[in-house]
Design a protein around this ligand. Structure first.
Ligand SMILES: CC1=C(CCC(=O)O)c2cc3nc(cc4[nH]c(cc5[nH]c(cc1n2)c(C)c5CCC(=O)O)c(CCC(=O)O)c4C)C(CCC(=O)O)=C3C
Ligand SMILES: [Fe+2]
Length: 361
């Protein structure tokens, strides 16, 4: 049976982008929020988070490291495929990547998005931005989006190990009674209701990951740590319902119930970007400190070799599908592998339909 990357002649790493200098912060925030209902107070607040880190988000450096690791992994597995990188909201933009790919004669590329779950923000919005970029670059390569990988072992297993490592860091007198606090980005409730092909996929997929990690931690430690799914980084007007509880409120509730410690497991994020280093490491850790609660934050997948290998496996899996071959898809937990091609209306845009690539609509 044929194997290898055919029909793909490149991989495109698709990410969010972030500012790298103080002067970049306001234009970046404008790129992210244009046409969105985000109050000015929230933008001032988020701008201050970036300022606290010298106006530089770590996300671009993390993507540079991921890019290098993917190239190394491809090379050491005999996969001779160029890897490109483009962002939705900052330099290098998706248009820059498509321009370069076109100049290099790339015909068809597989896209890996740095978001593991289905929602408008984590899926369709990237697909819309790919459509905008492709429309701006006539002759750009054909693009396919690799499946949402929340339940791929290459994503889940590094998170299990990170949870175990963080538990080990808790003081001995807080560990046994500690809770696992799984954290992801809050989104509007209406956005969750429209996530995936039939709705609610965002919360459902996170619950699958939380349960799988909790089970494996129990297998390893012989102890069932109580778990909850909570949210960070809420924006939008206060009148609009977003997913709750907030991580800080949850820590306060645990403290009130006499829980001595917690491990924050940021399953919603694939690297330690601003949401992780500000909303969790800075804000939520300060909350825990004020409460007198022991708290550790588990590492994100980052450039864990299993996560890096997952990118190659997903590309080869999809390549086989596109060649019409039967393949086995790696998954953990009860949910099937996510779809390759998004159905019409999948991860609906709450502000109404716009052109999007990589779907059947
Ligand atoms: C689900 C989700 C992910 C995870 C999936 C994925 O990774 O894509 C994510 C990632 C990220 N979000 C990021 C930054 C921002 N997100 C914002 C605003 C928003 N995010 C939303 C959701 C998500 N966001 C939503 C519903 C909004 C409201 C606007 C709207 O309705 O679309 C705003 C505006 C200010 C504010 O309101 O906070 C900023 C600055 C960065 C870069 C961090 C860095 O620089 O290191 C990253 C990786
Ligand atoms: Fe965001």
């Amino acid at each position: 049976m044929p194997s290898g990357p055919d029909p793909y002649d490149a991989l495109l790493l698709v990410s969010f982008g972030g500012p790298e200098r103080p002067e970049d912060v306001v234009p970046f925030l404008r790129n992210v929020t244009t046409g969105k209902n985000i109050p000015d107070e929230r933008l001032v607040e988020v701008g201050a988070h970036y300022e606290l880190f010298g106006g530089r988000s770590p996300i671009n450096d993390q993507n540079r490291a991921l890019l290098a690791a993917i190239r190394e992994d491809f090379a050491s597995n005999g996969l001779d495929l160029p890897v490109y990188w483009g962002n939705r909201n900052w330099d290098p933009y998706l248009t820059d990547a498509l321009e370069q790919m076109k100049a290099d004669g790339i015909r068809r590329a597989a896209c890996i998005v740095t978001s593991a779950y289905s929602s408008y923000s984590g899926c369709r919005q990237y697909r819309e931005n790919l459509a905008d970029a492709a429309a701006a670059i006539p002759g750009a390569p054909q693009l396919d989006r690799l499946r949402a990988y929340f339940n791929h072992p290459g994503f889940v297993e590094p998170n299990v190990d990170a949870t175990l490592a963080a538990l080990a860091q808790l003081p001995d007198d807080a560990r046994h009674e500690a809770h696992l606090v799984f954290v992801t980005h809050s989104i509007p409730e209406v956005m969750n209701a429209g996530s995936g092909p039939i709705g609610d996929a965002y919360v459902y997929q996170h619950r699958v990951v939380m349960d799988e990690i909790s089970d494996r931690v129990q297998d390893e430690t012989g102890h069932r740590y109580p778990s909850a799914l909570v949210y960070c980084s809420r924006s939008g007007p206060p009148s609009m319902p977003w997913l709750e509880p907030d991580v800080n409120d949850h820590l306060a509730a645990l403290n009130k119930a006499g829980v001595p410690g917690a491990v924050l497991v940021p399953i919603g994020f694939v690297s330690d970007h601003m949401e992780v280093i500000y909303d969790l490491d800075t804000e939520a850790m300060a909350t825990a400190r004020d409460l007198g609660m022991a708290c550790e934050r588990a590492a994100t997948a980052g450039v864990d070799p299993r996560f890096v290998a997952m990118v190659r496996e997903l590309l080869l899996e999809r390549a086989a599908v596109e060649r019409g071959q039967e393949i086995e898809r790696a998954v953990v937990g009860p949910a099937p592998a996510a779809w390759d091609v998004c159905a019409p209306g999948c991860c609906a845009n709450p502000r109404g339909p716009r052109p999007a690539l990589c779907g059947s609509d």
